[in-house]
Design a protein around this ligand. Structure first.
Ligand code: CU
Length: 90
């Protein structure tokens, strides 16, 4: 997604839990079986982990697509890192 865009997460958990968006340090309490929504503005660049603190696991992609689905973000992260290093040495 592009910097400045709004991101909305709709999350339903099968147990009481807490969703945590790292990097933005936003938490969303989850009640079992009830949909919860978290909205934020993507004003930071990078790759940020989203996890539940009870189970420690959120799969943004089905297991079969876990690697291929994250590849574009991984490449973007590498590009940002190299760009940052490039700015430092330029
Ligand atoms: Cu966390």
């Amino acid at each position: 997604m592009k910097k400045g865009e709004r991101l909305t997460l709709h999350v339903t958990s099968d147990r009481d839990d807490t969703l945590h968006v790292h990097g933005y340090d936003r938490e969303l309490p989850l009640s079992a079986g009830t949909s919860a929504t978290l909205t934020l503005t993507a004003d930071r660049t990078g790759l940020f982990e989203v996890e539940t603190h009870g189970s420690g696991l959120v799969r943004p992609f089905p297991p079969a697509r876990a690697v291929a689905g994250q590849l574009p973000l991984f490449l973007l992260m590498i590009a940002y890192t190299l760009g940052g290093i490039g700015l430092l040495v330029a």
